[in-house]
Design a protein around this ligand. Structure first.
Ligand code: ADP
Length: 205
């Protein structure tokens, strides 16, 4: 059975950093749709050229396009033991499409991991990222737009996965290593554990 994880959280919550490390620790490919789109844009592929204006403005690429992209990606051989999705699903139709895909192969999502963060920490991380990473979609204006898009289109997925008892909330106010160890504790190496209840993880437990 493949181990399938979804990482959810607002831009700046640190999910990309954690997804990279968690994937490496657990031997699962880290599938970042944002990174896939940026690679296509940098390479100037047909897909990249098609989505550039949308991504740079902070809006979302169409569900159909993203679903096609993920459908192909999770069939690749490096996903044979599982995979970790970072940045997908981002809308309810994307989440529903993923459910349909996994139903075809009788597979289940192990957890939808929500990176919880206070607004204050979020804003200071985003402003730091503007200076260090210099991404075209990281201007103040675009970042605010992306937070708004997150609230409107992605945050409803929190309830979507809560209702399916798949939501695991991780406190991400902390150092990279603190958050990392929280994650590794909740999802041990060979766990086939299921999560009957929504759980919340912080330093205290
Ligand atoms: P961040 O990690 O900063 O939240 P990402 O790197 O995941 O952002 O994504 C950057 C941009 O790529 C998004 O703002 C959006 O335009 C596009 N994108 C990435 N994933 C998706 C998706 N699943 N659906 C639609 N658009 C997406």
């Amino acid at each position: 059975m493949r181990r399938i994880f979804i990482f959810l959280g607002p831009p700046g919550a640190g999910k990309g950093t954690q997804a990279e490390m968690f994937g490496a620790e657990r031997g699962l490919p880290h599938i970042s749709t944002g990174a896939m789109l940026r690679a296509s844009m940098d390479a100037g592929t047909a897909l990249g050229n098609k989505v550039k204006a949308i991504v740079d403005s902070g809006s979302l690429v169409s569900d159909t396009l993203m679903i096609d992209l993920i459908r192909d990606r999770i069939l690749q051989s490096d996903c044979s033991h599982g995979f970790l999705l970072d940045g997908f699903p981002r809308t309810t139709p994307q989440a529903e499409a993923l459910d349909v895909l996994l139903k075809e192969t009788s597979e289940k999502i192990e957890a939808a991991v929500l990176f919880n963060i206070s607004e204050e920490v979020l804003m200071s991380r985003l402003s730091a990222r503007r200076t260090t990473e210099n991404r075209a979609d990281d201007t103040t204006e675009t970042q605010l737009k992306r937070i708004k898009v997150y609230e409107e289109q992605t945050a409803p997925l929190i309830n979507y996965y809560k209702e399916k008892s798949l939501l695991v909330s991780i406190d991400s106010d902390g150092t990279v290593d603190e958050v990392k160890s929280r994650l590794l504790n909740v999802f041990p190496l060979d766990s086939s554990a299921t999560f009957p209840n929504t759980r919340s993880v912080s330093n205290q437990n």
